[in-house]
Each structure stands twice: as C-alpha cells, then as structure tokens.
Design a protein around this ligand. Structure first.
Ligand SMILES: Cc1cc2nc3c(=O)[nH]c(=O)nc-3n(C[C@H](O)[C@H](O)[C@H](O)COP(=O)(O)OP(=O)(O)OC[C@H]3O[C@@H](n4cnc5c(N)ncnc54)[C@H](O)[C@@H]3O)c2cc1C
Length: 237
C-alpha cells in the first residue's frame, strides 16, 4: 500500500548526457513491485504542487537496499532540486503507485520502449535477474542516437548473463557504427517482422503519452490482443 517515506540521498549516476539516476536509502524497506512508480515530494506543504512534486518510476529492483529513480534532466525547478541534492539530504516520497506491474507468472514478456520509458524496464529486468525468475524477456529499445541509450552497460550485462533476456537497440537519427544497433524506427514495418513472436508475449509499453498511444495503436493494428498489452504513460512530458 502507498505510504509516505523519508528517503536519504546517497548518490547520483550519469546515464547519458541528459539522463541521470538518483539513489536513496529509505528509512524502512519499501515493498514495491517492478513496474511501479513513486512521487518525489519537494514541497510537502502543498501536495498539489505539480512543479515540485513529480512522479518517477522505480529504476531499481525491489531486492536492492537502495531505491533508484532516473530523470531526463531539464531546466525545470524539479530537475534543479534533484541535481542540488547533497549526500544524506532527506526528502519525502510517496508510493509505491501504479498497476502496470510485472507478474512472476508471466513466462514471456516484451517491451516496446522509447527513450526515458526504459526506467521501469530496468526494475523488471534486474528483478528477474536477481531472483533468477524463469521469464523470457525481449526488449526493443529505441533512441535517437547510440549516445542516448541509457543503462547500456546494465542491459548488455543482463542479456549476456541471462540467455532468456534479449535486447534489441534501435537508433532513429543516423546509422550507428555499433553493429548491435539497428537503424530503424519502432514502427509498423519493423514490428511486423517480429509480430508472430510478440503475439506470444505480454507486451509492456512505458514512456511519454504520445509515444505510448502510438505504439499501442500499432500493436492493436498488428493483431496483438488488448488484454496482453500493458501501458503506463509518463504524464508531464
Ligand atoms: C507514472 C509516471 C512515471 C514517470 N516516470 C518517469 C521517469 O522514470 N523518468 C522521467 O524522467 N520522467 C518520468 N515521468 C515524468 C515526470 O513526472 C515529469 O513529468 C517529466 O520528467 C518532466 O519533468 P520536468 O520537471 O523535467 O519538466 P517540465 O519542465 O516541468 O515540463 C516538461 C514539458 O512538459 C510541459 N508540461 C509540464 N507539465 C505539464 C502539464 N501539466 N500539462 C501540459 N504540459 C506540461 C512543460 O511545459 C514542458 O514543455 C513519469 C510520469 C508519470 C506520470
């Protein structure tokens, strides 16, 4: 159940030139399910302050002793407050929230992800890896360039150590020298070539609302059943 927790800032980790992770130690264990999100509260006197109290997905497995969130940093006051955190600064968070969650009974899952939508995927894949869950996971992860691929090392490590986790990187702006990055959009033509496989999976789509709607529409057009599609829109983008 959602509660309000004190969390202490521990460290930040740069993921790409514009994306950064922030790790916190919670005052007590937070039981969340991979796929869920939380609200970081910088203005506790005014819970409705949408500028300083924002939602971010957990980007770490619940098995870790820290919790991590990952933000595409902007010029906003919220981003500034995150960047200005000093070690041991205490802030509040509300959570866990959200129903777009991983279920350990799912034997085959797929992710159709663009950019910052990768955050809850990391939580799910780390959890599968930590607990050695017998789930086959296929991730399509699209970015404009290979420099913008967040969590590249972590994803490569997971797919190397677990033959049941496969990651396919797509770049959209220009071909990459990296032979593991396909130069393509995550569009209908591309998805068509994987559709028979995707139809056998629970499909997760996370990210900015327009992208989520567009990719969900493609999935439905290509015959993936609505009940097998799970979405979480990152409102505020
Ligand atoms: C369930 C959920 C999970 C999320 N997970 C993540 C995550 O893991 N990582 C992450 O980076 N973000 C995530 N977000 C989005 C996050 O909450 C912020 O909205 C986003 O990061 C932008 O914040 P900002 O301070 O940088 O942007 P801002 O500068 O405040 O806004 C970005 C743009 O959106 C516009 N905008 C802002 N608010 C509104 C509004 N209410 N109506 C219309 N336009 C608006 C602004 O004008 C600006 O152009 C998530 C959101 C939700 C709901």
């Amino acid at each position: 159940m959602a509660g309000i927790f004190k969390i202490k800032f521990k460290e930040s980790i740069k993921r790409t030139p514009t994306v950064e992770s922030f790790r916190f130690i919670p005052e007590r264990k937070i039981d969340f399910i991979p796929g869920q999100f939380l609200q970081i509260i910088f203005d506790k006197d005014n819970p409705d302050n949408r500028e300083l109290n924002k939602f971010l997905s957990f980007s770490s497995s619940p098995n870790k002793d820290y919790i991590e969130v990952t933000k595409r940093l902007s010029e906003s006051n919220f981003s500034k407050r995150l960047k200005d955190l000093k070690i041991d600064d205490e802030i509040l968070m509300k959570g866990p929230l959200g129903n777009c969650i991983f279920n350990e009974g799912y034997k085959r899952i797929g992710f159709l992800i663009g950019g910052i939508g990768i955050t809850p995927v990391i939580s799910i894949l780390e959890y599968i890896d930590d607990k050695k869950i017998d789930t086959d996971a296929l991730l399509f992860y699209s970015n404009r360039t290979d420099l913008e691929i967040a969590f590249r090392d972590e994803l490569d490590k997971i797919s190397f150590s677990n033959p049941k986790s496969k990651v396919i990187y797509l770049v959209t702006d220009c071909p990459s020298l990296d032979k593991n990055c396909i130069f393509s959009r995550l569009d209908k033509e591309f998805l068509k070539s994987y559709i028979e496989d995707l139809k056998t999976r629970i499909i997760y789509i996370f990210g900015p609302p327009k992208m989520v709607e567009a990719i969900k529409g493609l999935c439905l057009d290509l015959g993936i059943e609505q009940r097998n599609i799970k979405v979480e829109s990152f409102m505020g983008y």
